[in-house]
Design a protein around this ligand. Structure first.
Ligand code: GTP
Ligand code: MG
Length: 355
């Protein structure tokens, strides 16, 4: 599968991150082009469409969120498959989903993404401009639409059932009275590596975004104090709303935690780290975690020189809320400062529990 990638101007500074998302699903990228001003009808301009028609590729990946009409117009113009950023992120999620809950959530999100597309196709079929992809014109689409609608309701009920089981498990744990520590952060920051280090488990880790899709909890001893630690789904800039709704419901554990560890990747440029702190903080406030004790864990320090590390620490100290939050450089992989982190978690939890 060879893909052609369109990147909007607003994402050019994050080109490497956007392309790493694409490569997770489509390793062979034929070409990348920047879209300065998206067209309302086909997203890319008419001259670019002409260029694209001459090229050999199987799929056009657009790293922006497209309207159903834009997708349908592009497919009709190019006679090729078109995938936008939301669909791509959902595909990555689908490839990584292990648990039943994650699989159902992805199916629901994909249904919610596809239903408006099919509605649009019905509209086209009705004005006689597009033949039904089920070969039955407008009636084929309509039948398909209602079938998916029924499936959507069924999946929704199923998810509620699975979530109830998970929340019962959580209540049982709470009755046992353990404090709760949630590990959050941008995707690939090293959350699961840290979780594994603390729990001595070996949950899957990897350089691909969104390796972890189901939150995992485990009991950990922080010196004299035992607590339950939860690993969570990573964050990324501009998450599609379908994904936010589906996945970040699993973040309810974070909202109920006593302490949050926000994992940051120190091997990235400072501006990028700052941007990621911003993304994480805005998601935290959306899920009702404002004012919770936070430890910013600056991970992967084995990859940076002490000079660079000092620069990053200074930069972060300036933007973080330092009266309340702590900042600690570590390497989860190379076991640097993990003992310090354990002491800091213990001390912070003691303070919180005394309140
Ligand atoms: N050099 C170095 N690499 C690390 C460190 N911690 C994690 N990594 C690497 O960073 C990559 C991502 O690690 P994960 O633990 O999977 O990251 P995550 O935050 O759980 O990512 P998602 O679950 O995908 O959101 C992996 O390739 C790890 O081996 C570290 O301290 N040093
Ligand atoms: Mg992970």
């Amino acid at each position: 599968m060879i893909v052609e990638v369109a990147v909007p101007k607003k994402y050019v500074e994050y080109l490497d991150e956007e392309l790493s998302l694409v490569r997770t699903v489509y390793p062979v990228i034929e070409d990348v082009f920047v879209v300065k001003k998206p067209s309302r009808k086909t997203y890319v301009s008419a001259p670019v469409l002409d260029e694209l028609r001459k090229k050999r590729f199987d799929k056009l990946v657009v790293m922006d969120s497209l309207k159903p009409t834009q997708i349908i117009n592009l497919v009709r113009e190019l006679r090729k498959d078109v995938v936008d950023r939301s669909m791509l992120i959902l595909e990555i999620f689908a490839n990584h989903a292990g648990s039943l809950e994650a699989k159902l959530q992805i199916e629901l999100a994909q249904l919610r993404r596809n239903l408006p597309l099919i509605k649009e196709a019905i509209r086209y079929a009705k004005i006689g401009e597009m033949h039904g992809f089920l070969g039955a014109g407008e009636y084929g689409f309509e039948k398909y639409y209602f079938m998916l609608k029924r499936r959507e309701n069924k999946v929704r009920r199923e998810i509620e059932r699975v979530r109830r089981t998970r929340s019962l498990r959580r209540e049982r744990r709470e009755r046992l009275g353990y404090p709760h520590v949630a590990i959050i952060g941008y995707t690939c920051a090293g959350k699961t590596t840290l979780f594994n280090r603390l729990t001595r488990l070996s949950k899957p880790v990897g350089p691909e975004p969104f390796t972890t899709l189901t939150p995992k909890s485990y009991k950990v001893r922080f010196n004299s104090l035992e607590a339950v630690v939860t690993d969570t789904v990573g964050f990324i800039r501009d998450l599609p709303p379908e994904v936010v709704e589906a996945f970040y419901a699993t973040l309810e554990e974070v909202a109920e935690s006593d302490l949050i560890l926000n994992v940051l990747d120190s091997s990235k440029p400072l501006e990028r780290i700052m941007g990621e702190v911003e993304t994480s903080m805005s998601i935290l406030s959306k899920i009702g975690c404002k004012g919770k004790p936070l430890i910013h864990v600056l991970n992967k320090i084995d990859l940076v020189s002490s000079e660079r590390l000092n620069g990053i620490m200074e930069g972060l100290t300036r933007v973080l809320n330092n009266d309340q939050d702590s900042l600690l450089p570590i390497s989860a992989e190379k076991d640097i400062n993990i003992d310090k982190l354990i002491m800091l978690v213990e001390a912070t939890l003691r303070k919180v529990l005394r309140k």
